[in-house]
Design a protein around this ligand. Structure first.
Ligand SMILES: [Zn+2]
Length: 102
């Protein structure tokens, strides 16, 4: 595995541990500062916005995943696996259709 992928996986492991601690704190009524800050939230939103923009045309025949043969058929609203994955964090929000699950 390349160093960049190793770095990213390590950061995800750290985030998951911080989130587990925050969930445990919420469940037990403990008040500790969550180390995942609002700035991180803004960065995550920027990431999702950039990915959605890059994959905006997938499934129409004009997106990068169409060129790779990885897009979904035109009748599938998700467009491509990347777009489907972008929706996953919002699966519990009103308006999310179960058929959109990746
Ligand atoms: Zn795509």
């Amino acid at each position: 595995m390349d160093r960049f992928a190793q770095f990213l996986r390590r950061q995800l492991d750290i985030d998951l541990e911080l989130l587990r601690q925050a969930r445990q704190d919420a469940e037990t009524g403990t008040h500790r500062a969550c180390l995942i800050t609002p700035i991180r939230g803004f960065r995550e939103c920027e990431l999702k916005t950039r990915l959605l923009t890059a994959h905006h045309h997938c499934g129409t025949g004009n997106g990068p995943c169409d060129a790779l043969g990885e897009s979904y058929p035109p009748e599938d609203e998700r467009g491509c696996p990347t777009r489907a994955l972008l929706g996953l964090p919002y699966a519990d929000r009103p308006g999310y259709a179960p058929r959109w699950r990746p």
